[in-house]
Write a protein that binds this ligand. Structure first.
Ligand code: MLT
Length: 250
């Protein structure tokens, strides 16, 4: 019976969690589905724009590329640095800006401090299967990982390489839902799962009570509504899949 259990575990794909982009180079991204996570707010915005009918989201890692691609594609340029809209871009990184009446059938060219940067780091490291995840599309991500049965890396955008609570919470939520399907020999996944379990269902109160750094930053800009939205599961339940410079619904 024990041997049978071990065999079953050995046949399962692996799942690793990377709590900071600084650790990405330690993992084999080439043979894994890489889930880019930036709950506050890049990957929540990506899911929301696509759910509301955006044709594609083009994630870019610099302001210059964002402006140039906006011009060549006719897309809406958007993004932030330090959580604030940057001069030269048309829109910010609030998911609440991308309602259906505005974004339907449009292309969004997005550059952000951590999320789109990590996506490009994953590409440079050889990742070929990239999707994005946030609480907004939790069930879509979970369903994809379970049905695909391939090794998984949950890659947290964090904040300038420093581990953050909200991305760790999301990794924990995924681990909680998929754990029976993967071999998870990874302390970071256990940590994420413990944090998620400790948090309970009221994630907003949890990040507030823990004085999460990006909670403090965004709420000082009056963006508590964004934070509440980004911590609510399945509000924009689509799977953004990356291919040839674009994220579109998979
Ligand atoms: C990021 O990429 O770090 C974020 O999405 C920042 C934000 O706009 O809240």
């Amino acid at each position: 019976m024990q041997i049978e259990c071990l065999k079953m575990t050995a046949n399962k794909p692996t799942l690793y969690t990377i709590l900071s982009p600084a650790l990405l180079n330690l993992y084999d991204t080439h043979h894994s589905v890489v889930v880019i996570i930036d709950v506050l707010r890049a990957t929540s915005t990506i899911a929301t724009a696509l759910y509301n009918g955006a044709e594609t989201v083009m994630p870019v890692d610099s302001l210059e590329k964002c402006i140039a691609l906006g011009k060549s594609t006719g897309g809406i340029t958007a993004g932030e640095r330090e959580g604030r809209v940057i001069e030269g871009l048309q829109h910010g990184n609030s998911p609440l800006e991308y309602h259906r009446e505005f974004i339907k059938n449009k292309t969004l060219v997005l550059t952000t401090t951590n999320g789109t940067k990590l996506l490009h780091m994953a590409l440079e490291s050889g990742a070929e299967n990239i999707v994005t995840g946030a609480f907004s599309n939790l069930s879509a991500v979970v369903g994809h990982l379970i049905s695909r049965q391939q090794n998984v890396i949950l890659a947290c955008g964090a904040w300038k390489d420093r581990i953050n609570i909200e991305d760790t919470l999301f990794a924990g939520a995924v681990v909680d839902r998929v754990k029976g399907h993967f071999q998870i020999d990874c302390d970071a996944s256990s940590i994420a799962h413990s944090v998620y379990t400790e948090a309970g269902p009221d994630l907003f109160s949890y990040v507030k009570t823990k004085h999460a750094s990006h909670y403090i930053r965004l709420s000082s800009y009056g963006l508590e509504e964004d934070i509440r939205y980004c911590l609510t599961p399945d509000t924009a339940n689509v799977l953004p899949v990356y291919s040839n410079g674009k994220l579109s619904v998979g």
